[in-house]
Design a protein around this ligand. Structure first.
Ligand code: SIN
Length: 318
């Protein structure tokens, strides 16, 4: 057997899916993400994403170009970030560095168990359908990321509460947590690219028909039609519920790790313990263009300010 045939067989190896918790997260083995995937591999990864919500890959040392090319096999890429920009020369890559200023806050935030949990860019009327995060510089300890499954969270509400939230909609925007203020860089970025949207509190998944509790704690500010007190009390109940540990998975990064999540059915928490450590942390993210969410009543989300998040041009793998 010649070397090319052996290499091709390795490339076609079976995608191995190893679940990591009861409701969310699976590690994927058997694929080399520096190479174009076969249709079978793409299908297997897509099916695993729908089932496990967030997929983890190890020892995939991708360049920015390979990260973009891997992502492009699953959808159209957005610009790195619609508000906070992208890496110079790499329009589809967003830098998640420990020391980035634009997304840091000042003052004493009112910290609660759901503080920092969010679904990516739900201030946009069409939040990305998926995010693909690549670890490059990783602290030896600390800096884990957590994800939660918003479908199981919906399913575990009582039937009367499910029926109540099914009919509600909320307003999502970029804003610092209560008690904190944005840096000048944050305020400028948000003013220059204002995004505010109304989404249903329950989102129907466009591929599976599942209902997800679409309550991104970092972005959802109020529930339409409720009094401020009712809105705050309901949101706190839902945020506490969606971040229950049994709905979550926690990932320990290594250089070369990749996390690929369905942004329609998950929220995640970036680590803050890294600020108590001297180690650096650098990751890079791509996001895939999403559709406009639809509630159980069939009503789509509505843009209040700002435009759709569209596609940026992608490159192909050899
Ligand atoms: C993100 O919110 O996409 C970044 C998560 C992380 O820094 O671990």
């Amino acid at each position: 057997m010649n070397a090319a045939v052996i290499a091709n067989q390795a490339h076609e190896a079976e995608v191995k899916v190893s679940p990591l918790s009861a409701h969310i997260g699976a590690q994927i083995n058997g694929v080399d993400l520096t190479r174009r995937l076969s249709d079978t591999q793409v299908k297997a990864i897509r099916a695993a994403l729908l089932k496990w919500r967030v997929l983890f890959f190890r020892e995939q040392f991708l360049t920015h170009e390979q990260h973009v090319a891997f992502s492009a096999q699953f959808g159209e890429l957005t610009l790195g970030h619609p508000v906070f920009g992208h890496v110079d020369g790499h329009p589809q890559i967003y830098s998640i560095s420990k020391f980035r200023k634009a997304t840091r806050f000042e003052g004493q935030a009112l910290l609660r168990p759901w503080t920092g949990w969010h679904t990516d860019v739900t201030a946009a009327v069409n939040p990305p359908f998926a995010s693909i995060l690549r670890g490059v510089t990783i602290p030896p300890f600390g800096g884990d990321t957590q994800w939660t499954n918003l479908v199981i969270a919906y399913d575990k509400l009582s039937a009367p509460l499910r029926a109540f939230v099914d009919g509600l909609r909320g307003v999502h925007r970029f804003a610092p947590p209560q008690g904190a203020s944005g840096t000048d860089a944050f305020a400028k970025a948000v003013d220059d690219h204002t995004l505010v949207s109304e989404h249903p509190l329950v989102r129907v998944h466009p591929e599976t028909g599942e209902r997800a509790l679409y309550v991104s704690p970092g972005f959802l500010k109020s529930v339409i039609g409720l009094t401020p007190r009712e809105s705050q009390a309901l949101l706190e109940l839902l945020w506490e519920h969606v971040t229950r540990p049994e709905f979550t998975v926690r990932f320990k990064w290594e250089p070369g790790s990749i996390a690929f999540w369905d942004n329609r059915t998950t929220a995640h928490l970036a680590p803050t313990d890294i600020f108590d450590l001297d180690f650096d942390r650098q990751l890079y993210r791509t996001t895939l263009v999403g559709d406009v969410p639809v509630g159980p009543d069939g009503k789509p989300s509505v843009s209040i300010e700002g435009s759709h998040v569209g596609a940026a041009a992608a490159v192909a793998l050899n």
